[in-house]
Ligand binder design. Structure first.
Ligand code: SF4
Length: 425
């Protein structure tokens, strides 16, 4: 059968847990606080992932389960109530408190949903308390955002207004730009989830068309469609082609005239084409292997193959929602292996055997692979950089051309013609 070859693999994994998504979610909603209920391991993870941000009065923290909690000597619910109340007293500006479940809180079956309900009753009107899980047992990396947004869906007011709802966190500047373009195309009312203020929740109902900005929002999309919204299936807005098709999907749904849409998008496509040319010159014909991490891998692979001329060796993804990814799968070349899940040892064997020009992987594997002579691109950067939209296509390509370019620059140092000459003269 034509189309990519869909495969599955399980075994040891090298991925983040869903807690990591707090790092970008808390920046998006400055009036929200994310309280992880977990262990010291969870606190260490967030601190390492957030880096220097931990010094800037962050809006996240960890309620660390102590041995007394784990041994059942203390009533964990009383403790949690006490910690939450202290926190809210110290930080009166918090409007939404997310109680984030972790592996330890799940294993001891701490009922955070009930805790959120109880705190909501007590704090009614002042702070809203919601709960979701970011544990490594249940979630991989960006799936944490899916959990957080899904937890907000029941709080959205009902509305029959005809509107476009952009779902998924985008960099503010990128989102402003997309909204501006949609308005120029003729869509009047546009909202986003998550909103920039956690209390500013958009309405949802039969008049709502949902356009997902990110591919990892399976549960959120399901809940929004249960509330009457129409969820579009389209390629994701990575690269010029994907972004155009993504915007056109919304334009079709709003019955906008083709000429008006083309008048807005054609000049952007021209600019993107020339921005891409420089990077295409570096990337064309190079072989790339993507390891699973964020679920952005399929749209990225599609962009790199179709717009930058790269050859795909293997496309890994931690989770594949075939329905939501149908448009992406249709654009991938025939017979490309798309691997859902991971057995990291076997995957690394395939990397070594195929000797690709570039590997997209997490930080745990990047330096070791570089030391073996294989060029890498850290995948986490793709989650934090503004890469969505037609205007960003050149910048997105640069993220991949840069490591190859750097390799070229340092090649004389790595392979000196006279081995006696020190590399750092
Ligand atoms: S939630 Fe689980 S995987 Fe994530 S840091 Fe805590 S213990 Fe580790």
């Amino acid at each position: 059968m034509a189309g990519p070859t869909l495969l599955k693999e399980s075994g040891p994994r090298e991925v983040f847990c869903g807690l990591t998504s707090i790092v970008w979610l808390h920046r998006r909603m400055p009036d929200a606080f994310f309280l992880v209920v977990g262990s010291r391991t969870c606190a260490h993870l967030i601190q390492s992932a957030a880096g220097v941000m931990i010094f800037a009065e962050p809006r996240f923290g960890t309620a660390i389960l102590s041995e007394r909690d784990l041994a059942g000597l203390a009533d964990a619910h009383d403790e949690l109530d006490r910690v939450c109340k202290e926190l809210l007293q110290r930080r009166p500006e918090i409007r939404t408190l997310f109680l984030v479940g972790s592996c330890p809180s799940e294993v001891i079956k701490l009922d955070l949903a009930r805790a959120a309900e109880r705190l909501n009753e007590e704090l009614s009107g002042r702070v809203r308390v919601v709960n979701y899980s970011g544990s490594g047992i249940e979630t991989t990396f960006t799936q944490g955002e899916d959990g957080a947004l899904a937890a907000l869906v029941p709080l959205l007011p009902a509305s029959d207004e005809r509107q476009l709802l952009l779902v998924g966190t985008l960099a503010d500047a990128v989102e402003d730009r997309q909204m501006h373009l949609f308005k120029r195309m003729g869509i009047e009312t546009i909202h986003s989830l998550p909103p920039r203020q956690s209390t500013d929740l958009p309405g949802v109902g039969a008049g709502t068309t949902v356009l997902l900005t990110q591919p990892f929002l399976t549960e959120t999309a399901r809940l929004l469609s249960n509330r009457g919204a129409t969820v579009l299936t389209a390629p994701f807005p990575l690269g010029a082609e994907g972004s155009r098709r993504w915007m056109e999907a919304a334009a079709d749904d709003f019955h906008l005239p083709n000429e008006r849409v083309a008048a807005v998008l054609d000049p952007l496509m021209k600019r993107a084409e020339s921005a891409l040319a420089r990077h295409r010159a570096v990337l064309e014909g190079k072989r790339i292997f993507l390891l699973p991490e964020s679920q952005l891998e399929l749209p990225l692979a599609r962009f790199l193959q179709r717009e930058c001329g790269m050859e795909l060796v293997e496309v890994g993804t931690p989770y594949l929602n075939r329905e939501q990814m149908a448009a992406e799968l249709a654009l991938l070349p025939d017979d490309v292996p798309v691997m859902e899940g991971q057995h990291v040892e076997q995957q690394l064997d395939r990397v070594r055997a195929s000797q690709p020009d570039l590997v997209v992987c997490g930080m745990g594997l990047a330096n070791p692979l570089e030391a073996e002579g294989i060029a890498t691109k850290w995948s986490i950067e793709l989650v934090f950089s503004p890469i969505h939209g037609i205007d960003q296509a050149g910048d997105l390509a640069e993220l991949f051309s840069r490591p190859l370019h750097r390799r070229q620059l340092i090649r004389p140092g790595l392979h000196p013609s006279n081995p006696d000459t020190p590399v750092h003269a």
